[in-house]
Design a protein around this ligand. Structure first.
Ligand code: AMP
Ligand code: MG
Length: 531
């Protein structure tokens, strides 16, 4: 099943590892129902009338050993679900989940269809999944479709996260369906037609915490074990332990990866928006981009998701929620491990890894290196607290801080370089100015005491603080244009996110504060789950 380094997509042959190794069922493919004793259900995509290829990730295609070659229309037909390539077998996975703290029962791939996998030239197996390709047994009362707006957001953001160095599922293509999809975007009783689209997502596996929870909730320990054995054998080959220890070691690794992921999210200012257990990847990847957003003005309580009124999934809540979700996963895995204390130790691994990893990444944001076995470091926490005292663009602030000479302060003021990050540079609260001045002096002393050269400081800061992130308003502008057939902004944004830590002059216009019009504009500051 080896693909050569430049196989045209339409000539690739697929395998279906997941369906080959795990039990599934072939009941009526679009009848919503409770699916028992199966990891997946047969779910053929529903063809669409006029598929067109709106975007194709050359980077990812290269990784997969693919080219579009000269047949984009053929590629669009396949990635819209209108035809299958050899070896593809469309299935939808069965999973459950805790949504907003409550057990929600069976959820499953209601609009995601796993086509199969292919082996990249490097030997890594990658699964291809269509999101928005029609009804499956898990669609419940929904339509199995996705709108261009949410599909474009997922396409751009998942590729951006990859280039930011944040573990994530990827996106190979964005296909317009040529068919309208009806959505009540504001949940205000005014549904309207929107263009439909399908994203081709790519990952080693799309298995979530919820895939295990559903079997545990049903007392189906046989399927629970089969799925766990499959995931460990194929996605955690380094685990050699046997018996209950095998599952416990695996849980530790899931906890570790999830903790690392949370530190990355905090570092780049990402807010997932819907961290339900069905939206947490067993591989520690960012998965299911929905009403996500980026912290523009620094605010630990920020969430872009208008449905999340209590702020359960706000920026600073994310590590705690991840731990809560891991507790639910631990409960689901208990029948395999038997001894609760083995799993509890995994939760400690989460806490320890998160604190070490966030300390490392947070210190890198200010150009410092974490010292081994150093205790809690409050320097960054103190800075973040100060940033809440006025409206500061978080992303710009750290890039501008990099340009400052920390020990050199103008009398009673802040370095001019920082102004680009402030929303009201001419009218800063005095308490903010005095506290930030004091912090900058402490920071300068710290740099000196650790003997950090300015070169090292800048190098570390440039690698930890992106200047290009797909801010919600940039995505919204690309969506507005793409909806009228103009893909220029989308392409510009896709080019820019490929090198997010370098301030290329060509992308200067993408490295500015959120403009005023976007402060409360739909899709820019707040989003509903409608997608
Ligand atoms: P989410 O929290 O958006 O990841 O989705 C929660 C559940 O709803 C999952 O089972 C999804 O597959 C399902 N779902 C969301 N939107 C749709 C849709 N338009 N059609 C079918 N199922 C959907
Ligand atoms: Mg989901």
């Amino acid at each position: 099943m080896q693909n050569h380094s430049s196989t045209p997509f339409s000539a690739a042959t697929f395998d279906h590892h997941f369906a080959r190794h795990l039990p599934g069922e072939a009941g009526p493919s679009t009848m919503p129902r409770q699916v028992q004793a199966a990891c997946w259900s047969v779910a053929p995509p529903t063809p669409v009338t006029a598929p067109s290829l709106l975007a194709w990730s050359e980077d990812l295609a290269g990784t997969l050993g693919l080219t579009v070659a000269d047949q984009p229309q053929h590629v669009a037909e396949v990635l819209a679900g209108n035809r299958l390539l050899p070896g593809m077998k469309p299935v939808a996975a069965c999973y459950g989940g805790h949504q907003f703290g409550q057990w929600a029962g069976q959820l499953g791939d209601g609009r995601a269809i796993l086509l199969g996998d292919l082996m990249a030239p490097g030997g890594q197996r990658w699964e291809l999944q269509l999101k928005g390709a029609g009804l499956t047994p898990y669609s419940r009362r929904a339509d199995g479709r996705a709108v261009l707006r949410s599909s474009l957001r997922e396409y751009v953001c998942s590729e951006a996260m990859f280039h930011l160095g944040v573990p994530t599922t990827r996106a190979l293509a964005l296909v317009g369906t040529g068919e309208p999809v009806i959505r009540d975007m504001f949940y205000d009783g005014h549904p309207g037609k929107e263009p439909g689209a399908i994203v081709t997502r790519v990952a080693p596996s799309f298995v979530r915490f919820g895939n295990f929870e559903i079997f545990a909730a049903r007392g189906d320990h046989e399927r629970l074990r089969l799925l766990a054995d499959y995931v460990i054998e194929h996605h955690f080959p380094e685990i050699s332990a046997t018996g209950p220890e095998r599952y416990a070691t695996w849980f530790h690794e899931i906890a570790r990866r999830t903790a690392v992921l949370m530190a990355h999210w905090l570092r780049v200012g990402f807010v997932h928006g819907v961290m339900n257990t069905d939206n947490l990847s067993i591989l520690g990847l960012t998965i299911d981009y929905g009403p996500f957003g980026w912290v523009d003005v620094f605010d630990p309580e920020f969430t872009p998701n208008t449905t999340d009124r209590s702020g359960r999934y706000a920026y600073a809540q994310q590590p705690g929620v991840a731990q809560w979700n891991l507790q639910r996963l631990a409960e689901a895995l208990l029948p395999l491990v038997g001894r609760q204390e083995l799993l509890e130790a995994g939760l400690d691994t989460f806490a320890e890894t998160f604190s070490a990893e966030w300390r490392r990444q947070a210190l890198a944001k200010i150009g410092l290196e974490a010292q081994a076995d150093a205790g809690e470091d409050l320097l960054v926490a103190k800075l973040l607290g100060i940033l809440t005292l006025t409206e500061v663009d978080t992303t710009l602030f750290f890039r501008q801080l990099m340009e400052c000479v920390p020990g050199k302060l103008p009398a009673n003021a802040l370095p001019d370089t920082l102004n680009a990050a402030f929303y009201t540079p001419g009218d800063l609260p005095p308490v903010f100015v005095s506290q930030l001045r004091e912090w900058l002096l402490t920071y300068a002393l710290r740099l000196k005491s650790e003997g950090v050269s300015d070169e090292d400081r800048r190098r570390r800061m440039a690698a930890a603080n992106p200047c290009i992130i797909p801010r919600n308003y940039l995505l919204q502008e690309a969506i507005n244009d793409a909806s009228t057939g103009d893909l220029g902004r989308l392409q510009h944004l896709l080019a820019a996110i490929r090198d997010p830590y370098t301030a290329h002059p060509a992308y200067q216009s993408l490295m500015t504060k959120r403009p005023d019009w976007a402060r409360n504009a739909p899709g820019c500051s707040a989003l509903s789950c409608s997608s």
